[in-house]
Ligand binder design. Structure first.
Ligand code: ZN
Ligand code: ZN
Ligand code: FE
Length: 757
């Protein structure tokens, strides 16, 4: 019998062994590159019972395996059942396993003073511990992981070989005698001699120091989350003024004490994946205000490694836990690299000697309308496959976009999305992109024959795709890929009204799109409507400086009269800088046109005085969402213009409404709510128009703007009330982190259509 799927690294071989022994069967089980090979001999009825029992045996948290059974004449050669050495021939067809949160039994041993693994920060078993980040190549055997350098002591060896032990064939097995060890180094990388590196780190954290902590998928920077000064120091050294930082708390009670936690959110927090969950802060939250300034939510996670548990036992307070990197690149994961990149940031390094083979950031999720939505799909989700609605006839590599990059490797209907790699304009991130593609190819035994990519000619992912030899190329328009990603996320393949709103994406006409209404399926799309195209004065600079968009929209509404408006925005506007920009717009110099929804949010945020420049993508929009009242009585009107190029939403009308409210001294929180409600109304109105014209009654919502819970929740409710079937993202992010899945789905659809024709 062969079993495939997620069968390695989850304790399946020992489970099979125990069942075979229970049913008095002889034979063997072994890992192969295609899955598990089980050979049993014995009484036919006993074999039938064995198969029945195996049916109900899904390894902890694992996806149920597929199996195929072949019957042979008994050979009568074997007397007992055994676990045999892995076979390493043939083409790999395995599914590698994600990293797994420490299990209850290991946790109990960690705190049991009489257990020989008491306080061992690397306690694992056959169902828990690191996997994806330590596997160099498959099949999953110890000598193919970064545990290869640790020789088991006799006690561990005995457990490893004992079929009734829960560490039977646990490849990551170790104990204080034979396993990895912790060390402490100062900010310059010099070894500090201490009997208890965890206690020493805890004391340093308590006194406001910053400690780099080596974890499963990379380095975190930690500090006491209740100390404003410590957080300020971390921010200053990391050159990260205001980007929200995640917080690690001891348990659910500690999360409840600081945030409002629904039942669904509690389940997500304590799920085996242990993602960072965005939760609404309580007014009484003791976390320093500069951890997540000016936004409603706090990113909270629970401990997922034995080291986290020990650290939190020692400090007894919430810890900031942020990726150990200087800017928006991949998390630092190699010791030499981390010491080099983080010296000057961390005061102390809490290290261990188990190498990390693959960097992997924490995943981020939130609950909107009772459903979990991944915002960053990384640790504990990667490399689980997502099933495509259509099989790719040939292996596909989808390269993703530029920011928040992930790529996807496709084998048949299975799309393997990579971990979060970050902003590819950053050298570290680009190198991980290239390395990770090679790693995934090797892990999955897949050589891509087709490469799918964005249409943006300057994205490094596009340049990478263009540099590959001997592959077929499939270019996929950015917003089409967003909608396809949403369809694939929902497992459907049908024509929808695709609403793709984001910061920017290369349009089919070469302009910067971002407020799009597409009539789309996996094969192709038609641009049915879009936000009014407005100048983006200074190009990328306008993305970093929302005031430019505010001024541009005011000019679109009021022309030169904008200078006479009695607005705080006008009073603080740098008139000389704006004059220069106006001239550039008039001459069409470095002022491309955009329909971006993200830039509309920026403009409103700036008019409301939230911020005129940003530090990270989406910041102004996040603050605008945080400001908005939960409900509103009225909306602004926005005309819909029929043009040859489809419906155009007159976004300057919305700005006019905002300005009138500002002149009436309407509270900003009310204006923010009205603005959000206006966009919900636009979504419903435009969807109505397209449905009337085409009969298409399903809507897919995608693009980074739909990370906004106010907008997503409102749009879902209103569209459903209006009789639309609505698809939104759950398993992959709506932002560019999910784009590769859409590119993969489009490529699979086009290739299979072509092969049939
Ligand atoms: Zn365990
Ligand atoms: Zn040992
Ligand atoms: Fe996008």
């Amino acid at each position: 019998m062969a079993l495939d799927g997620c069968v390695q690294g989850v304790g399946f071989r020992p489970a099979v062994y125990r069942l075979a022994v229970r049913h008095h069967l002889a034979g063997s089980v072994r890992n192969t590159l295609q899955g598990l090979l089980v050979d049993v001999e014995g009484d036919e009825a006993a074999i039938a019972r064995f198969l029945d029992d195996l049916e109900g045996c899904s390894p902890a948290g694992g996806v149920a395996p597929r199996r195929s059974v072949t019957w042979h004449e008994p050979r009568g050669l074997v007397q007992r059942f055994s676990i045999e050495a892995s076979l390493r021939d043939g083409a790999p067809a395995l599914l590698p396993v994600p990293d797994r949160t420490i299990c209850g039994e290991c946790l109990a041993e960690l705190s049991d003073v009489n257990d020989r693994r008491h306080a061992h920060p690397f306690v694992t078993c056959s169902t828990c511990g690191p996997r994806f980040t330590i596997v160099q190549t498959l099949p999953y055997d110890r000598d193919r992981t970064t545990m290869a350098g640790f020789t088991m002591c006799p006690d561990c060896r005995r457990e490893y070989e004992n079929p009734v032990d829960r560490r039977f064939h646990a490849e990551t097995i170790s104990c204080p005698r034979c396993g990895p060890t912790l060390t402490l180094r100062d900010g310059n990388g010099h070894l500090i001699s201490t009997a208890d590196p965890i206690q020493a780190s805890a004391s340093a954290l308590a006194s406001g120091r910053i400690v780099a902590v080596k974890g499963i998928g990379g380095y975190h920077l930690a500090c006491d989350a209740t100390q404003h000064a410590a957080v300020a120091t971390l921010r200053a050294r990391k050159h990260r003024e205001s980007k929200p930082l995640a917080v690690l708390v001891k348990d659910l009670d500690a999360a409840h004490a600081r945030c409002h936690v629904s039942e669904r959110e509690a389940r997500l927090l304590s799920s085996t994946a242990r993602p960072i969950v965005l939760l609404a802060k309580r007014a009484t939250c003791d976390v320093a205000s500069n951890v997540a300034p000016r936004i409603r939510d706090l990113g909270v996670m629970l401990p997922y490694t034995p080291l986290h548990h020990r650290l939190l036992d020692a400090v007894d307070g919430p810890l900031v836990m942020t990726s150990g990197n200087a800017t928006d690149d991949t998390i630092a994961h190699r010791d030499d690299d981390a010491l080099a990149r983080l010296s000057g940031v961390a005061d102390l390094f809490l290290l261990h000697d188990r190498p990390i083979h693959v960097p992997c950031d924490d995943s981020v999720a939130r609950v909107v309308r009772g459903e979990t939505r991944l915002i960053r799909r990384s640790r504990a989700y990667v490399p689980l496959a997502i099933t495509l609605p259509v099989a790719a006839p040939r292996p596909v590599l989808a390269c993703g976009a530029e920011l928040k990059n992930t790529f996807a490797l496709v084998r048949g209907r299975e799309a393997f999305l990579s971990q979060h790699l970050g902003d590819l304009t950053n050298e570290h991130a680009y190198r991980s992109f290239v390395d990770s593609i090679e790693h995934f190819k090797n892990l999955l035994g897949v050589t891509p024959r087709v490469v799918a990519h964005d249409l943006h000619p300057a994205y490094r992912s596009t340049l990478y795709a263009n540099g590959l030899d001997g592959v077929e190329r499939v270019g996929v328009q950015h917003h089409h890929a967003h909608i396809a990603s949403c369809l694939a996320d929902n497992g459907v393949e049908r024509r929808v009204i695709g609403i793709a709103w984001d910061g920017t994406g290369y349009g089919a006409d070469g302009h910067a799109w971002g407020g799009e209404f597409l009539l789309a399926d996996l094969e192709g799309f038609e641009r049915s409507g879009h936000f009014e195209m407005v100048p983006l004065p200074g190009g990328d600079a306008a993305t970093r400086e929302p005031w430019r968009m505010a001024a541009t929209f005011l000019r679109a509404v009021y022309g030169d009269n904008m200078a006479t408006l009695d607005l705080a925005f006008i009073r603080r506007l740098d008139a000389a800088a704006w004059r220069t920009l106006t001239r550039a717009i008039e001459r069409g110099l470095n002022a491309p046109f955009t329909s971006s929804a993200g830039r509309l949010f920026d403009a409103v945020a700036s008019l409301l005085g939230l911020r005129d420049s940003i530090e990270f993508e989406g910041q102004a929009a996040m603050e605008l969402e945080a400001l908005a009242e939960p409900r509103t009585d009225r909306i602004y009107s926005a005309a819909l213009k029929e043009t040859d190029g489809g419906l155009v939403v007159r976004t300057p009308d919305i700005i006019a409404g905002v300005v009138e409210d500002l002149l009436r001294e309407t509270p900003p929180a009310t204006i923010a709510a009205r603005f959000h409600a206006t966009l919900v109304d636009v979504i419903v109105e435009v969807s109505h128009r397209i449905r009337r014209r085409t009969g298409v009654a399903a809507v897919a919502l995608s693009g980074g703007v739909f990370q906004n819970a106010w907008l997503l929740g409102g749009a879902l409710a209103s569209l459903e009330a209006a009789g639309f079937e609505v698809y939104s993202h759950r398993n992959v992010p709506s932002n560019d982190g999910g784009l590769a899945l859409g590119q993969a789905a489009v490529a699979a659809r086009r290739l299979s259509g072509k092969d049939c024709a």
